[in-house]
Design a protein around this ligand. Structure first.
Ligand SMILES: [Zn+2]
Length: 392
C-alpha cells in the first residue's frame, strides 16, 4: 500500500531530507497541497530528521521514535480542532501548554475528539479526518505556544514547531503567530502546512520557503483504488479523477457513497438544463437539503460534485474532451445536454464558490444556499448577469 501512496512524495521527501542534512533548511517552511496528499507525512519525516541524533531520520534513536509517537518534548505539534462542549475550568489540549499560566478552557469531550484525531492520523498519515464540528486554531493555543517558545528547548537541542492547516487560525491568532515566524527563536524550526495558500497573509507567505506537493498520477490512483481499496471497476476512473491525485481523498471518497450523491446532484443539473422546470427543481432541492442533518463533510462533498460537473461542462462547451474530464463514466449522458454559453458557466462557477464559502465559513443554511445557487444558475442561462449572494 505504502509504495503506491508514497510514489509522488519521493522527490520532495528526498529534497527535505537533504536540506536538513546539509543544514540548508529555511527556519520556516510551508508545505502546500490538497487534503490527504501527504503533507502530514512530510511534516513527520522532516521533524524526525531535525530531531534525529544523526539528522538522517534513522528511525531508531530517541528523537525519531518519539517524534513518530508525537511525544517528543521539543516537537510542538498544533492543528485546528473543534470545541465540542464549552468548559469553565482551566483545561489545556496540547502538551506544550503550561496548565498554570494558560487561559485555555477545553472540555473533556474536546480532548477526546483531539485524541481520536491524533490516533487516526498516526495510523494512516494520509487519512482525512472529519471533525464533528467546525475546527480552528484558537488564539489561546498560539499564546501558549509563544510562551513555550520563550523558554529554552527542553532537551537543549533543536526544537520543531509544526502547525497543520495554518489557514484555519481563529481571529487574532494569525497576527500573533506572524511575530513568531518573523523572529523565530534560535534552533527552532517552523513547519507549516495548508491546502489553501490563497487564504494566508502575504507577509506569512513571504517569510516562509514554500514547497508544493505534487499530485499522484491518475494511473497510480487507479491502481491504488482497485488493489487496495477494492473499488468496483466501473467507478475507478471517476473516483481517481475526483481525488485530484490525493491518496487520502481517494480513501475518503471510496468510503462515502460518491456515485449515489452524484446521481442526486446530476438530476438537479439535468432539471436546470432542461429549462422550464425551475419550480420543480427548487422543490426537490428544498426536500433534499431542508432536513439539516448534513455534516460539514457531506456539504463539502456535494460542492465538490457540483464543481466537477461545472468543470466538465466547460470542457464540453469548448469541445476539449481529453483526459482532464472528471465525470468520465457519464460523459455520454452529459454530452447530450444543451450546454450553456461560457458567460453563463463563469457565473455558475463563481456562484458555486461563493455559496460554498457561505455554507462552510459563514454558516448560511445549506438549503437557502443551494436554492440561491440553482435560481442564479437558471437565471444566468438567458441573462448572464452575476447576482451576488446577500449574507444574512
Ligand atoms: Zn534518528
Amino acid at each position: 500500500m505504502v509504495a503506491i501512496m508514497d510514489k509522488h512524495l519521493k522527490k520532495i521527501s528526498a529534497r527535505l531530507k537533504s536540506l536538513v542534512k546539509n543544514r540548508d533548511l529555511n527556519q520556516s517552511i510551508l508545505i502546500v497541497g490538497k487534503d490527504g496528499i501527504g503533507k502530514f507525512k512530510l511534516v513527520m519525516e522532516t521533524a524526525a530528521a531535525l530531531l534525529c541524533d544523526s539528522q538522517a531520520a534513522c528511525g531508531k534513536c530517541f528523537g525519531c521514535k518519539n517524534v513518530r509517537k508525537l511525544q517528543h518534548p521539543d516537537f510542538l505539534f498544533v492543528f485546528p480542532f473543534p470545541r465540542i462542549k464549552p468548559e469553565s475550568r482551566k483545561n489545556t489540549v496540547f502538551t506544550f501548554s503550561d496548565p498554570v499560566s494558560s487561559n485555555a478552557r477545553y472540555s473533556d469531550d474536546t480532548r477526546d475528539e483531539i485524541d481520536n484525531y491524533i490516533s487516526s492520523r498516526l495510523e494512516n498519515p494520509f487519512a482525512i479526518v472529519d471533525f464533528e464540528k467546525k475546527e480552528n486554531i484558537p488564539v489561546e493555543v498560539i499564546k501558549d505556544l509563544i510562551l513555550a517558545l520563550s523558554k529554552k528547548p527542553l532537551l537543549g537541542g533543536r526544537r520543531v514547531v509544526a502547525i497543520l492547516n495554518v489557514d484555519k487560525m481563529a481571529f487574532g491568532a494569525a497576527d500573533l503567530f506572524l511575530k513568531v515566524v518573523e523572529e523565530p527563536p534560535d534552533d527552532t524550526h517552523i513547519i507549516l502546512t495548508t491546502a489553501n495558500p490563497d487564504q494566508l497573509m502575504p507577509t506569512l507567505l513571504s517569510r516562509t520557503d514554500i514547497l508544493k506537493v505534487p499530485p499522484a498520477g491518475i494511473e497510480d490512483m487507479e491502481k491504488y483504488l482497485i488493489k487496495k481499496l477494492e473499488v468496483p471497476e466501473n467507478q475507478v476512473a471517476y473516483l481517481a479523477r475526483m481525488s485530484g491525485g490525493s491518496p487520502g481523498r481517494a480513501l475518503y471518497l471510496a468510503q462515502c457513497d460518491l456515485p449515489g450523491r452524484r446521481d442526486i446532484i446530476y438530476s438537479f443539473f439535468e432539471k436546470l438544463l432542461t429549462r422550464g422546470k425551475l419550480s420543480e427543481l427548487i422543490e426537490e432541492t428544498g426536500r433534499e437539503y431542508s432536513g439539516g442533518s448534513y455534516s460539514v463533510g457531506d456539504i463539502r462533498l456535494d460542492f465538490e460534485i457540483m464543481e466537477s460537473i461545472i468543470h466538465d461542462l466547460f470542457l464540453l462547451n469548448e469541445n476539449q474532451l481529453d483526459n482532464h474530464f472528471i465525470n468520465v463514466d457519464i460523459k455520454d449522458k452529459l454530452g447530450k445536454w444543451e450546454i450553456p454559453e461560457i458567460e453563463s458557466l463563469e457565473i455558475w462557477k463563481g456562484c458555486c464558490s461563493e455559496v460554498r464559502k457561505a455554507c462552510l465559513v459563514n454558516n448560511v443554511s445549506v438549503n437557502s444556499a443551494m436554492t440561491f445557487f440553482y435560481i442564479s444558475c437558471a437565471d444566468s442561462i438567458d441573462n448572464p448577469v452575476r447576482v451576488r449572494m446577500k449574507l444574512p
